[in-house]
Each structure stands twice: as structure tokens, then as C-alpha cells.
Design a protein around this ligand. Structure first.
Ligand SMILES: [Zn+2]
Length: 548
């Protein structure tokens, strides 16, 4: 088949030729106008940041807001803030539009009975601290929902020798054995103590996510065999035992639990009568497209079984176990996708509330992920989405910057306008984390450079045998990076002490600053050794002890 070329004029008719010529003339006129003739805007003396704020002020608009409870998860299994920080924190949460907090104490709760006295961390909050948290929550109109794990993720309890006999798998301190004779009494004692400290709470969350080892031990296997129970039924049986006991003592309480174990259930199993009808599942998903990942069959099933459900999104701690800066775009997208899912199913399911999770570790043993003050812009943005605002990267939400006292809009666009310089307590921690990210990126760029790969390999370093020109040029920024890193260490330490105790400050430095510092130092040393050479031996290069 003959190919027609677009400017092959001989192949087109006369009217079309005229049209093409006319279009070309118009295009030339258009370009001339916009290049030379269009009036230029007069230069303005308004500071840059204000221009950005004003320009986009009217671009945020409101969609249908979510009407249910908006609960922020405080994960205290890592980096528990000093009690003095709660005043700042709760006031901000309230201004962001949160209606409550889900407090996951883990080992930060002051367990006080002889049985449980070793469960608390050595730096756990005191009874007075918790009274103060309750008081501040009340003042800021935030309802408090305590969370206590009752099945999986009981590492903080089962890691201890005295509770090791309760492990489902002896080597792994994650899951408690539901059929051990002491299990229920230990769990109920913990629940009672937590509820006693929260007399005004109307809801309790009993966790129960990621129960990886169910029905593994001989005791459970025997019981499953004897009563002809599936693993799913064993799971429900344990949850039922807990909820029945809670209801007996606290009939007014609503009980929430994570939903993930239910996802592999059938409607028949969920309706078998084993599950407390009052339990409300919290359907959690932290990805950008929750609809795609959870799938419609899950909602079909839940709409048949649960008249009311909660959902859980995330504002931090869900994109990598060692992230130290939040990917705000990811979290905002997560919330947008939840909003559209809820609007699709709202005629069949009542969505009671959203829990905006902020994981501080992936589990009790994992490193710290994004610190709370680093992720406050992400939280503020997430709550804006839930409240119906549709911000885009082109419309930095000036309200968030104003609430957090930031000089530059930051959240959605990252630090493209320079560092945000926010004045809220903990704003300097955000500043430090962003600086560390920038230094690490600069260092990674050096490592990726072909001059490092080709002339600073382990072989080059071991033999101090390399091309000094390439080594010198590629490592030129190293001294500055090393200096800035040392300065950052000092600044970050000071900033963190405003919010955290010395244990958290040391842990964060040991996790994120010190290994990087060691790496940069080793690179500087290797560079210096290579550059100290002025003469080089004949090949082959020999190791100590080698003979030709
Ligand atoms: Zn067992």
C-alpha cells in the first residue's frame, strides 16, 4: 500500500491545499503574538511564598465530605512522644478536623499487676501521663479509643520469657495460642487495666490482624480435631471469647477489630453464629487503589454480614519499613480512593468511621519509620481529602501551610519550592529528615557515577590503584556532604529532644544517621588513600603474601 506523506502536496486536492496554507498563516500569527506582542505582567514585589499561596487560593474546592468519625492512630510501639508534646499534637489534630485518636499503647502502657508488671517498657507512660492524655483529648474534643492486640502482633508480651509458653509457635513471639489455659486471663487482665484508665471511652479496638500462625500447636490441633473446627472457626472462637468477656463487664462498649482475617472467610462462616454480632470490622488498605486491591467480592460479603463497618487508611508508615520521609502523594491518593469506594457502596454499607493509621514500626522488632512530626503535613492533607477538599499538586493547600506555620507549601509537591520551614513543634524534625534525604540522594548519585564504578571499586580501593583524576573529580562533593551530615546530626538531635526522650533520639540516629556517616567516612578515607599515591607498581598487582 502506498504511504501518503503529510506534506506531499501533489497527493491532495486544491481546496485542501488552500486550507493548509491558511492554517499555516494563522499558526505563524499566533506564535508571533504570544512571543512578541502579548503584554508582559508587571514585576511584583510580593514575596515569592505569598505569590504561590495567593495564586492557588481559589483552586481548592470542596466535594462531599465524609460524615463519619475521623480517628487518628497513634502507634506508640515506636518513638512515643514526650507527654508534653500531646498538647501541641492534640490541638493540631483538632484543627485538622480529626474527631478522635486510636491509641495503640503496646508496651507504653503502665501495666501494674504482679502478673503484668514486666510487660511495660522501662520508659512507659505513667498513670498520671494517661490521665493527662485523657484530659487533653477532652479539651480538644477528641474521643479516645484504646487499642490492644489480642491475637497476633503480641510480640511485646510474648517476647518475654515468662509469657513464652503462650506462643502458638515456640520460636516466634507473634501469635498467642488461643487454647492455652492462661491466654484469656492474661489478655483480659490487660484489657481491664487499659479500660480502667479510659473510663470515658465508648469504643475499644481489639486488633487481631495478621494472625500468621493459627492452629499450629498440638493443643490447638487436638481441639480442632476433637470439635471438628476449621482454622477460621478457631479464630472466631477466640475472638468470641474475648468479646463476650468484654461485654459482660462493659456492656456499653463498641468493639472494633481489624478485618484482614475475615477476607478468606465465606459468608456462611461469618454468619455461623460464632462471631459477636456487635463487632465492627475495620477494613484496612493503604495502597493507592483500594478498590482494585480489595476487590468487589469482599464488599459483597461484608454487606451481607456487617451492617456497619469502619475503614482504615494511612498517613505514614505504609510504604516501606525504613522510610523516614512520607510519600504524601501516595497517602493522599489512598484517601481519595477510599472516598470513591465509600461513595460507591454507601447505599449498601454504613461506613461508621475512618481510622487514619500512622504506623511507627512495622512490628515490635522493626526499625522506626517516619516520625510523627515529619508526617503531620501528610496527615493534614489526608484529613483534607476526607473532609472533601480536592487538592492537586498544582494547588498546594495553603490552609495546611498556614495551620503548620510553614513558609512554603510542602505536602503534595515535596520541597520543590525549597525547605518548608514550618514553625510547629517538631517542624525542625521535618526539616532535618528532608535534609538527610537530600544528602542521601546526592551520595547515591556519586555511587551511581561510572567513575566510581570503574575507578573506585573494592579492587581499586584495596590496591590503592586508580586514576587520580577520575577519583578526585567524582568525589569532589564528599567533604561538603560529610560536613553537612555532621551538622545535621547536631541539629536533628536538638530538634528531636523537643518531642522525644533520649532513647528514641539515640535509636533514630543509630538507624538513619550513624550508618550513613560511617559510609561517607569510609568513602572519604578510601579516596584519600588512593589520592595519596603518586607512583604505581607494575602489573600484576599483588596481595600481601602473594608471590610471582
Ligand atoms: Zn495453640
Amino acid at each position: 500500500m502506498k504511504k501518503l506523506h503529510w506534506f506531499n502536496v501533489s497527493s491532495i486536492g486544491k481546496p485542501l491545499k488552500l486550507f493548509v496554507t491558511f492554517a499555516l498563516i494563522l499558526t505563524v500569527l499566533f506564535i508571533t503574538y504570544f512571543t512578541y506582542l502579548k503584554p508582559k505582567p508587571s514585576p511584583t514585589k510580593v514575596p515569592f511564598q505569598h505569590r504561590i499561596f495567593d495564586e492557588y487560593k481559589h483552586m481548592s474546592h470542596q466535594e462531599t465530605p465524609f460524615k463519619g468519625a475521623k480517628i487518628v492512630h497513634l502507634d506508640l510501639k515506636g518513638a512515643p512522644p514526650k507527654i508534653s508534646y500531646y498538647k501541641t499534637l492534640f490541638s493540631l489534630l483538632s484543627k485538622f478536623g480529626a474527631t478522635g485518636v486510636l491509641i495503640e499503647y503496646e508496651d507504653m502502657f503502665p501495666y501494674n499487676s504482679p502478673l503484668l508488671k514486666n510487660v511495660s517498657a522501662l520508659n512507659a507512660y505513667t498513670v498520671e501521663d494517661i490521665h493527662y492524655i485523657n484530659k487533653l483529648a477532652l479539651e480538644n474534643k477528641l474521643e479516645v479509643i484504646p487499642l490492644l492486640q489480642t491475637f497476633g502482633h503480641l510480640e511485646f508480651l510474648l517476647k518475654l520469657e515468662e509469657f513464652s509458653e503462650l506462643r502458638e509457635v515456640p520460636e516466634y513471639p507473634q501469635v498467642i495460642c488461643p487454647t492455652h489455659e492462661k491466654t484469656l486471663s492474661v489478655l483480659m487482665e490487660m484489657i481491664d487495666q487499659v479500660l480502667q484508665m479510659h473510663p470515658h471511652s465508648k469504643i475499644i479496638h481489639i486488633g487481631a490482624d495478621e494472625v500468621y500462625y493459627l492452629g499450629f500447636c498440638d493443643r490447638c490441633a487436638n481441639i480442632m480435631n476433637k470439635f471438628n473446627l476449621s482454622k477460621n472457626m478457631l479464630f472466631l472462637e477466640h475472638i468470641n471469647a474475648i468479646t463476650t468477656r468484654i461485654r459482660k463487664k462493659h456492656p456499653h462498649l463498641r468493639i472494633l477489630m481489624w478485618d484482614d482475617e475475615f477476607r478468606s472467610f465465606s459468608v456462611k462462616e461469618l454468619k455461623s453464629g460464632f462471631l459477636d454480632k456487635g463487632v465492627q470490622p475495620v477494613v484496612w488498605k493503604y495502597s493507592k487503589d483500594v478498590y482494585e486491591e480489595l476487590g468487589p467480592s469482599l464488599w459483597e460479603m461484608y454487606s451481607e454480614v456487617f451492617p456497619k463497618v469502619w475503614i482504615a487508611s494511612a498517613f505514614k508508615g505504609a510504604t516501606g519499613s525504613n522510610q523516614y520521609v512520607s510519600d504524601v502523594t501516595h497517602y493522599v491518593q489512598n484517601h481519595r480512593s477510599w472516598l470513591s469506594l465509600m461513595s460507591e457502596y454507601s447505599h449498601r454499607i454504613t461506613f461508621e468511621g475512618i481510622i487514619i493509621t500512622g504506623w511507627q514500626r512495622y512490628d515490635h522488632f522493626a526499625v522506626l519509620c517516619e516520625l510523627l512530626p515529619v508526617s503531620l503535613p501528610s496527615l493534614a492533607m489526608s484529613l483534607r481529602v476526607i473532609r472533601g477538599y480536592q487538592d492537586s499538586p498544582l494547588s498546594p493547600p495553603t490552609e495546611v501551610a498556614k495551620l503548620l506555620g510553614c513558609e512554603q507549601p510542602y505536602a503534595l509537591i515535596g520541597p520543590v519550592f525549597g525547605s518548608p520551614k514550618c514553625s510547629y513543634t517538631g517542624g525542625d524534625i521535618l526539616e532535618g529528615a528532608l535534609k538527610l534525604q537530600q544528602l542521601k540522594q546526592e551520595y547515591e548519585t556519586i555511587l551511581e557515577d561510572s567513575r566510581v564504578k570503574g575507578w573506585m571499586s573494592d579492587y581499586n580501593k584495596n590496591h590503592q590503584f586508580s586514576n587520580p583524576q577520575h577519583v578526585q573529580s567524582v568525589t569532589a562533593p564528599l567533604n561538603r556532604i560529610k560536613g553537612e551530615l555532621m551538622q545535621l546530626d547536631g541539629e536533628m538531635t536538638a530538634a528531636m529532644y523537643e518531642v522525644y526522650d533520649n532513647y528514641t533520639v539515640s535509636e533514630w540516629r543509630e538507624t538513619y544517621i550513624k550508618p550513613f556517616e560511617r559510609e561517607v567516612r569510609a568513602m572519604v578515607d578510601a579516596r584519600d588513600k588512593i589520592l595519596a599515591k603518586n607512583y604505581w607498581p607494575r602489573r600484576p598487582l599483588l596481595q600481601d603474601g602473594d608471590e610471582l
